[in-house]
Design a protein. Structure first.
Length: 114
């Protein structure tokens, strides 16, 4: 696709491809599309249905390193739940997503649908 661009030195219009202007857009869009805590559409964990929360969180944080993936979870939880999550051993070490998931499911299994 082509668009018209004005040259700053001549004031004339020239054609340039859209590819020239969109090289940074995928990264910008990815940053803009990630929901902030408590924003409409963001994952939220209130202590119920931990399996569903984990599935949503894994979808949102696909390709993230384990550390940041784990450390951001409390921000997307009810305040008291977030404080509790921060006391879990797998949260403190934040180096094993699968271990963290197992501990989270174990702690909140009573109110889980699965």
């Amino acid at each position: 696709m082509l668009e018209l661009a004005e040259s700053s030195s001549t004031g004339k219009q020239r054609e340039r491809s859209m590819e020239d202007t969109t090289t940074d857009r995928p990264m910008i869009l990815a940053l803009m599309l990630f929901p902030l805590p408590h924003q409409i559409g963001a994952s939220f964990f209130d202590g119920k249905d931990v399996s569903n929360f984990i599935l949503q969180w894994e979808d949102l944080t696909m390709n993230w390193l384990d550390g940041p993936r784990i450390k951001k979870v409390p921000l997307y939880c009810k305040k008291i739940i977030g404080k509790y999550v921060k006391t879990l051993g797998t949260y403190i070490y934040a180096n094993n997503w699968k271990g963290f998931v197992m501990e989270l499911k174990s702690e909140f299994k009573d109110d889980d649908c699965e």
